[in-house]
Design a protein around this ligand. Structure first.
Ligand code: C5P
Length: 224
């Protein structure tokens, strides 16, 4: 059976990661959460007080960042590691969500991350979710999905996720964050979030995760 690349792009909090993870697990594929990589870079820049407008500082900092995904056998989950440290929980917090789109709009940051993502998926057999996977990272991906959903429904889902981790954020703040990220992501000069011409649109507003997973797997089956 040929191993393909499944690219899942779309707006923030549409269920991309949860769906991508489950599809990868059912197909025996690898899963790469590219948003986690931009979140880890944002955390590092904050910790090191990197001035985002100073490209020399940005480039020097990028040289000192090593991002890896490690499987935790105890929890059964993948963890994002930044320079050997597990930052999985930290990068999901709201203070990172509030700066990540600014960081990921910096061209040097994108060039570095895209190169790493292409390396991670070079053997194919991978599900990758993000904003530019089907347009920039793997423009030749066999399956391309572009996810969207009503912003209120997305914010509600995000609020539940944060609450489950003990972070209580009001809905208005989450809606504002999602809208701001979507705006920055869709209007940046370097590989903006846009539906690839050959990507299939999936509105997840009224779909369960199980339905989303089944939908993507059916699409993948037709391409295999
Ligand atoms: O997927 P997640 O919402 O965790 O991504 C966080 C942010 O990282 C996005 O809002 C976007 O600004 C950025 N991102 C990106 N390109 C990707 C993945 C994420 O610019 N491929």
């Amino acid at each position: 059976m040929p191993r393909i690349v499944i690219a899942i792009d779309g707006y923030s909090s549409c269920g991309k990661s949860t769906t991508a993870k489950a599809v990868a697990s059912q197909m025996g594929y690898g899963y790469i959460d590219t948003g986690a990589m931009y979140r880890a870079v944002s955390l590092f820049f904050l910790q090191e007080h990197v001035a985002l407008s100073n490209s020399r500082e940005v480039i020097a900092a990028l040289d000192n960042i090593h991002i890896a995904f490690k499987h935790n056998n105890r929890t059964g989950k993948n963890e994002t590691c930044l320079n050997g440290l597990n930052v999985e929980e930290e990068i999901r917090k709201m203070y990172i969500s509030n700066i990540v789109s600014e960081v990921s709009a910096i061209p040097e940051v994108r060039w570095a991350m895209v190169a790493q993502q292409q390396k991670m998926g070079r053997r194919r057999g991978v599900v990758m979710d993000g904003r530019d996977i089907g347009t920039k990272v793997f423009p030749n991906a066999e399956v391309k999905v572009f996810m969207t959903a009503d912003v209120y429904i997305r914010a509600k889902r995000r609020q539940q996720e944060l609450l489950a981790k003990g972070e209580m954020i009001n809905l208005e703040d989450i809606i504002q964050n999602l809208e701001k990220r979507d705006l920055i992501d869709t209007t940046r000069a370097e590989s903006p979030l846009v539906q690839a011409p050959d990507a299939i649109l999936l509105d997840t507003s009224h779909m369960t995760i199980e339905e989303q997973v089944e939908w993507v797997i059916e699409l993948a089956d037709r391409r295999l």
